[in-house]
Design a binder for this molecule. Structure first.
Ligand code: ADE
Ligand code: ZN
Length: 348
């Protein structure tokens, strides 16, 4: 197992489902609370902050995510701290390319300027690349939690201030509260303007939510998508079209809607039925997960064998929005590392 862990660390990886604000370290949030003299009920130490993220539902998590984590950002320059946290996380996991959600709604509500935020995030992305060679791109997350008009305003700002670091828009937030159909016209404009389109769906709502994301939003990838397992026709559709599912196993265990233990997680069944599944962390620092650990957990009691884990690493790379030749280059570099471990791990 130690050998597999070393391989997983050494192999160049990509990640396609993680939230920038959820990369905030406890130190970052604590620094901002002190800087802006913010206090929250039940949070009077860094330990309290850590404990608040022991959650038991998506709604409980989103309340903290929006009203504590995002709320601490009161000046545009505060996001520079997130860039540092992102660089730490990506380097520690040897992730060479990541598509990272950024949800501007709460920042705008707090009076921050979209143009300045994007300028700082893009400069931060450039700094990460200069410092480490790691490439990052952003997906603007128009949260269902803030409603349709707000999502439209987010899209207008995105189109106005867009630069090469923004590759798409996504639908996140409270899945039960905002049906995809409310957001369809916004996603249609986004796609026509050349943005990639993704959506969280089937995280806490049944397969109908995934169908809506595919048919009404024309989502190119589905965030989570775990309720697909309840609908055979949908599983066949996903497998036939090879629509990537951005699966975040530990996040699903913590939000507790469909799975209580990893063995109950449908990732294995979806994989066996030919669905294009990828492994991601969703909210790494807030949930205390590293991508390498996420893969390792899937090897427990043979849930996935080493060669299947490597196949999942490959699927993630090919599910990115990178040009084909960059995907091929990352995978070629990965294969060299895999080959050097193949005898020990019986990987073909
Ligand atoms: N925003 C941050 N994490 C999220 C999740 N797991 N689901 C929906 N929106 C989110
Ligand atoms: Zn997410």
């Amino acid at each position: 197992m130690q050998k597999l862990r070393s391989l997983l660390l050494e192999v160049p990886k990509t990640e396609i489902h993680l939230h920038l604000e959820a990369l905030a370290s406890v130190d970052t949030i604590w620094t901002l609370m002190k800087k802006h003299k913010i206090s929250y009920a039940d949070i009077s130490s860094k330990d309290d902050l850590r404990k608040r993220f022991e959650i038991s539902s998506l709604n409980e998590f989103l309340d903290l995510f929006i009203n504590v984590i995002q709320d601490c950002f009161r000046k545009e320059e505060d996001v520079d701290l997130l860039i540092k946290d992102a660089q730490n996380y990506l380097s520690r996991n040897n992730i060479v390319y990541a598509e990272i959600f950024f949800a501007p709604s709460k920042f705008l509500q707090n009076g921050l300027e979209f143009a300045e935020l994007i300028k700082r995030l893009s400069a931060g992305s450039g700094n990460i690349e200069r410092n480490t060679g790691i490439e990052t791109r952003f997906i603007i997350d128009v949260s269902r939690s803030f409603g349709r008009d707000n999502a439209r305003a987010n899209l207008d700002l995105t189109l106005k201030h867009r630069n090469g670091t923004i590759v798409g828009i996504g639908l996140g937030g409270a899945e039960e509260a905002g049906p995809a159909r409310d957001f369809a016209p916004i996603f249609e404009i986004a796609a026509a303007e050349g943005l990639h389109v993704v959506a969280h769906a089937g995280e806490v709502v049944g397969p109908e939510s995934i169908w809506d994301a595919l048919k009404l939003l024309k989502a190119e990838r589905i965030g989570h998508g775990i309720s697909a397992i309840q609908d055979d026709t949908l599983v066949e559709h996903l497998a036939e079209r090879q629509i990537p599912l951005e699966i975040c196993p530990t996040s699903n265990l913590l939000t507790q809607k469909y799975v209580k233990t990893l063995n109950e997680h449908p990732i294995r069944a979806l994989y066996d039925r030919g669905v294009n599944v990828t492994v991601n962390t969703d909210d790494p620092t807030l949930f205390g997960i590293d991508l390498v650990d996420e893969y390792m957990r899937l090897t427990n009691r043979g849930f996935f064998k080493p060669d299947e884990i490597i196949n999942l690493v490959k699927s993630n790379t090919y599910a990115t929005f990178l040009p084909q030749e960059r995907k091929d280059a990352i995978w070629a570099a990965a294969q060299k590392i895999v080959a050097s471990y193949s005898a020990e791990l019986e990987i073909a």
